[in-house]
Ligand binder design. Sequence first.
Ligand code: AHR
Length: 551
Amino acid sequence: MIGRREFLRNSSVLGMGGVLISKYPLAALAANADSRIEILLDEPLGVISPNIYGHFSENLGGVIYDGIWVGENSKIPNIGGIRKQLVEEMRQIKPPIVRYPGGCFADSYDWRDGIGPTSNRPRRTNFWEGAEVAGSPANHKYDPNQFGTNEFVHFCKLIGSQPYLAANVRSLPAEEFYRWVEYCNSPTGSTTLAETRAAAGYADPFQVRFWGVGNESWGCGGNFTAQEYAVEFRRFATWVPHYGMELSMVASGPNDDNWDWTRSFLEEIARKGAGELRSIYGLALHYYAWNLSRGRTRDWDEGKGDALRFDTVDWYELLRQGEVMQSLIDGHWQVMGEIDRQHHIKLVVDEWGPWYRPGSEATPGDILEQTPTLRDAVFSGMTLDIFNQNPEKIAMANCAQLINCLNSLYLAHEDKFCVTPVGHVFKMYAAHQGGQALRTIFGAPLVHYQRDGSLASLGSLKGSASLHEKQIVLTAVNSHVSEPREAEIVVRGGSVKSVSATVLTDSDIRVHNTFAQPDAIAPKDQPVTPGAFSKFVFPPASVTKLVMTLQ
Ligand code: AHR
């Protein structure tokens, strides 16, 4: 974390203006409506990759041990040691891809420790041991390796996901990366490692396509300069055995607005020939919204806010940081295009979400665990809407992290379990996956608020739309804590036959689910008056999904 902290202390301030940019003049608003949404059927933006709805599970705190893995002999219902309720919940959100084993953990991990008979696997010091607190479980500090590659791939199969594995660049040689690929992908009976895999009950190759070449290589992943990392990337990503399938290498990319990392890394790769750029499938961008100090500090620890105790200014401050995602995508995309002129390389936002200070853990002792509220649901909806609107730039995104961690979809401890408001958003937004993103223009008043004496603003109504044969899925967030937004909705090039609405909201902006009250907040279907559909009222502090069937 020191790397990130140092980086954040030294980085430049991000532009955070409220954005409502449209090249189309918005027509006059219908009577009573204060906002307008225009969906342009004849302006497709590209197919929304399901992988934008990806997840991240690091061997950190309670994510793996207690979150995903409860063990085969546990009283907690499980499938081969994997928490059954998690599997059942995840099947409902169509999870496309899961990233593992880190995060920072990845660059300290030897994949060989996590294969073979579980009774023979070594116990190792977890990368995060130093951050663990008194009273946290021993298996969080000292990794028992009961959950390794086999168990992770089994988990992915159970939930219908693809695995995305992050290789250790900092502390293992490239050869070990090739061997891991060999273990996962070499054909049945072909290599000694294929036989080792078969002996564990997995004769068929895992066919892992996505591989991260290190993680945060500017910090915990090796503390490299961009140029040094480019050399490592080439060493790792060159001549990896393919076994007849496509491999997609994800390079460790920038933190936040570190344009220099993006430029220097790609320039160094291209120095050996522009063709070298084709070895990179995606450039990983990490962005956490963490600074709720209202401009008082940029210190990584001091700047953080509280997950549960916050006022309306904190609400707006966090969401304003959410808006920044669009400028990060645009900024890095521009830099990438200066070097990779055909835009062969896409962005992979493989860590995103809010990050608060400790104190809201559902399970005391779980490091980095926080309890998501409605604020995080609105943040997550806003972020997913941004990804939906950039299908040509974003190939994958992974919310950090799946369970018992930062912006988690689920909280679990022993036999207790709940879906967080973020989990509900993923369930609502799953309907976008694979659809054709449509250019959609939101016209709405900005939210203005006092930020300790100075005026600040952000967009109030924002969202995205996608087309699925005869259906349009429209999702939108209303960031305003007290004002509804009544929007006229116009579908250019089509007419709407019927509409269904699902809304996630509450009068308490701090509402959250707990083990004792797992349904304190859940999405509700809202009746839509049949007949001519032209307006919808988006409640304050809400995430909404409208499914519109066209004539
Ligand atoms: O998600 C927690 C940590 O944040 C990850 O391990 C690391 O990549 C990032 O700094």
